[in-house]
Structure formats: structure tokens, C-alpha cells
Design a protein around this ligand. Structure first.
Ligand code: AMP
Length: 403
């Protein structure tokens, strides 16, 4: 079975075509600048050179049509005909309380996703455009949706409720949802498999540290708490997001700087975090380079960033009354030995003993970076959200065919 995975944004659409017989990627790519003049399609067929085309793509329907042309191109395509695509899986950011697992797309599912537009105004409408565009281009092909929030629906109410008037939860579903669930779910399962232990038997903290960043406490194999909240703004310091701060800062700054709600929202989401403190970049590589050249603000940004990861690890170890496994994943977590060292140093009291040599190794596979006998095992696990989406889609379509 061949499964196409789609991650549709408002002006972009990423895709991967999987052959589920061996889970190999046949081709991947992205369409950027949808709705603008000179849209760019970058297509990467497995084992062949990358292809780049510039043209006008005014909407998502045309974007998916262009993806189909790429995938079936006799020279650089991956399949002979569109009919070879058996199913399509979509990443959907917000599943609210309605979805605690991946589901096949039905009319009811689409209506539920629409109801959640308020909670994810930048993401869910774009995902719906992706779903409709696939319907238009591949009529009758089953589609599945995999939610970033679904994995965290197991959190107890002590984790997901905010201490504010409960009417706000009842009326507007103001609560913690958490994000990056596909990644936390994937890497926790990979870590347990690597250690040859049942996931349910491990107290685990997974740190997804990329441009966006979140930590999750996983108890009995389920998400018990996570650092992102009702939106992805809460929690760790990130590339451009502030993460946790005193909520009273918002009205104070709005008043002093005469900012509108939109302006303050943009400040906290796009102009804060690593970018604001370093004054250099939101990109960890650039900040690390500047720090190594002696830039004091870069060093402060790096230190604050790592300190906040460390605080979350400590609080989640307390929340679970112990810790067996700590996992680092995503762009920074997988690649920055400096971050892992800074975070793990000084939490030896938890039973973490980092092996500096293992930590410094540049590898792309799942590996342990603690010394033999370390009470808490620290692993680096490359995340693969697209593969999990492909697997869930494959499973759901297979189940629907046999039932
Ligand atoms: P992601 O959002 O998962 O794609 O992660 C993006 C982040 O990973 C950016 O801040 C990058 O600077 C960071 N990153 C990627 N490679 C490295 C590396 N070799 N060392 C440090 N940070 C990296």
C-alpha cells in the first residue's frame, strides 16, 4: 500500500509518499508560497536529483494537482499513475477534546475540525484546505487525520485544567491541550523498543526541542503532563516564542507600550524567545556559533534556554515521583550536544550520568548517551512524525477494509 502524507499550512504544503511494504520514502517535497506569484515546488525523488519548479499556484487544489504531476512524472516521478496512491494521511494541529486518536476523514470529522478553528486559527483552516484539495484531486481515496493534540488527551484534569474560573473551561474549552503529540508518541515508543522494555513500565520525559519546543511526562505509557498549553506558546523558551511568563506582563506591556492584542500576541509568538534574548537569531546553530565567538547575549539566551528545559525535567520527575528515561529529539535535541550537556549537567541527583564521548558523537540513529549503569538512561531518538502519520493511516485504512 502507498500512503501520501500531507502537512498543509496556509501558504505551504509538505508531502511524503511512503511504500508501506517496507516503510520506505519514495519521494518527498514541498510547495511554498501558495497564493503568491512565483510559488516554488521542490520535489525530492528517492535516489534521484532534486527538482525545483517555479510557477503560479493560487490555491491548495492546484498545489495538490502539482504534487500529483511531480509524483507521476515519467522522468523524476515515483509512481506511474495517481491510482497507485491508496490513502492520504494529514497532520492536523488541533483535535481539541473531540479526538484522542487518529481517525479516517468523514463528514462528521470535518465538521469537528471546523468547530476547532477558533482554537487553532492559523493551522486548522489550512489543514481543511489540504483535505478538500485531496478530495478534489483524488476522489474516493480514503484520508486519515493525525492530531498533534491527540496523544495528550490522556492527561488527568490536575494537569490540563488552569486555575482560573471554571466557566471558561465549560464555555470556551480553555484548558491545556499540548502539541507535538505525534513526535512525543513516536519517540517514546522508539525509546522503549530500543531499551527492550514495555513503555508502560517506564517513567519517561520526552523533550522535543526544535524551533518549537515541548517536554512531556509519560507515565504508564501515556501523556501525563506536557509543557505546551492551550496554544503552543506556553512552556519552554523557544526560537521565537517566550514560553512561560507572568500573565500580568501582558496587560502591563500593552499599557506601557500602547500595544494592541494582535501586536502583543505577535511579540510573544514571533519576536521573543531565543531571537529576543540573543538579539541575533532564533536558530540554535547561529546562536551557538555567536556564543562560541564570545557574544554575551547569545550565551545568556543559550543558558536561559537550557535552564528552562532543566526546570521542566525536574518538575516532571517530581510529578511522576521518579524518572527512568529522558529522551531528546527534534532539530536541537537531536543535534546539539552542547544543549544536552548543559541540561543534563547538574541533575546528577536524579541519577543522570552523561557519557561525554557518546553525547558528542554525531549520529542519526537512536542511541544512549549516558554511562553504562546510569540510573536514568538518556537517549537521543530521531523523530519522524511523517512516518507515524503514514503508519496510522495505513492501520486505519486496513482496519476499515477488514471490518
Ligand atoms: P526543527 O524545528 O525540529 O526543524 O529544529 C530546528 C532547530 O534545530 C533550529 O534552531 C536549528 O538551529 C536547530 N539545529 C539543527 N541542526 C543543528 C545542529 N547541528 N546544532 C544545533 N542546532 C541545530
Amino acid at each position: 500500500m502507498k500512503v501520501l502524507v500531507i502537512n498543509a499550512g496556509s501558504s505551504s504544503l509538505k508531502y511524503q509518499l511512503y511504500d508501506m511494504t517496507d516503510e520506505s520514502v519514495l519521494a518527498s517535497g514541498r510547495v511554498e508560497r501558495i497564493g503568491m506569484d512565483s510559488s516554488i515546488v521542490t520535489h525530492e525523488p528517492a535516489g534521484k536529483p532534486e527538482v525545483r519548479q517555479v510557477s503560479e499556484i493560487l490555491d491548495h487544489v492546484t498545489a495538490v494537482k502539482r504534487v500529483m504531476e511531480m509524483l507521476t512524472n515519467p522522468e523524476f516521478g515515483a509512481i506511474a499513475h495517481m491510482s497507485e496512491i491508496d490513502a492520504v494521511g494529514h497532520r492536523v494541529v488541533h483535535g481539541g477534546e473531540a479526538f484522542s486518536s487518529s481517525v479516517l476523514v468523514t463528514l462528521e470529522v470535518k465538521l469537528e475540525i471546523r468547530k476547532l478553528f477558533d482554537l487553532a486559527p492559523l493551522h486548522n483552516p489550512a489543514h481543511m484546505m489540504g483535505i478538500s484539495a485531496v478530495e478534489a484531486n483524488l476522489p474516493g481515496v480514503p484520508q486519515a487525520v493525525v492530531f498533534d493534540t491527540a496523544f495528550h488527551q490522556t492527561m488527568p484534569n490536575t494537569s490540563y485544567l488552569y486555575p482560573i474560573p471554571t466557566v471558561l473551561y465549560r464555555r470556551h474549552q480553555v484548558r491545556r491541550y499540548g502539541f507535538h503529540g505525534t513526535s512525543h508518541s513516536y519517540v517514546s515508543a522508539q525509546a522503549a523498543a530500543y531499551l527492550r522494555k514495555p513503555l508502560e513500565s517506564l517513567k519517561m520525559i520526552t523533550c522535543h526541542i526544535g524551533n518549537g519546543a515541548s517536554c512531556t511526562a509519560i507515565l504508564n505509557g501515556k501523556s501525563y503532563d506536557t509543557s505546551m498549553g492551550m496554544t503552543p506558546l506556553e512552556g519552554l523558551m523557544m526560537g521565537t516564542r517566550s514560553g512561560d511568563l507572568d500573565p500580568a506582563i501582558v496587560p502591563f506591556v500593552m499599557n506601557k507600550e500602547e500595544l494592541t492584542l494582535n501586536e502583543v500576541n505577535s511579540m510573544l509568538n514571533k519576536h521573543s524567545g531565543m531571537l529576543a534574548v540573543s538579539g541575533i537569531s532564533s536558530d540554535m546553530r547561529e546562536v551557538t556559533e555567536a556564543m562560541e565567538e564570545g557574544d554575551k547575549n547569545a550565551k545568556l539566551a543559550f543558558d536561559m534556554y537550557c535552564y528552562r528545559v532543566k526546570k521542566y525535567i525536574g518538575s516532571y520527575a517530581a510529578a511522576m515521583n521518579g524518572l527512568d528515561v529522558l529522551v531528546f529529539t527534534a532539530g536541537v535535541g537531536e543535534n546539539s550536544a552542547a544543549l544536552r550537556k548543559a541540561v543534563c549537567e547538574g541533575i546528577t541527583f536524579l541519577g543522570i550520568e552523561l557519557d561525554d564521548k557518546r553525547n558528542a558523537e554525531r549520529r542519526k540513529d537512536t542511541r544512549e548517551i549516558t554511562v553504562a549503569g546510569s540510573k536514568v538512561k538518556v537517549l537521543v531518538v530521531p523523530t519522524n512524525e511523517e512516518l507515524l502519520i503514514a503508519r496510522d493511516t495505513f492501520r486505519l485504512v486496513k482496519q476499515s477494509r477488514t471490518s
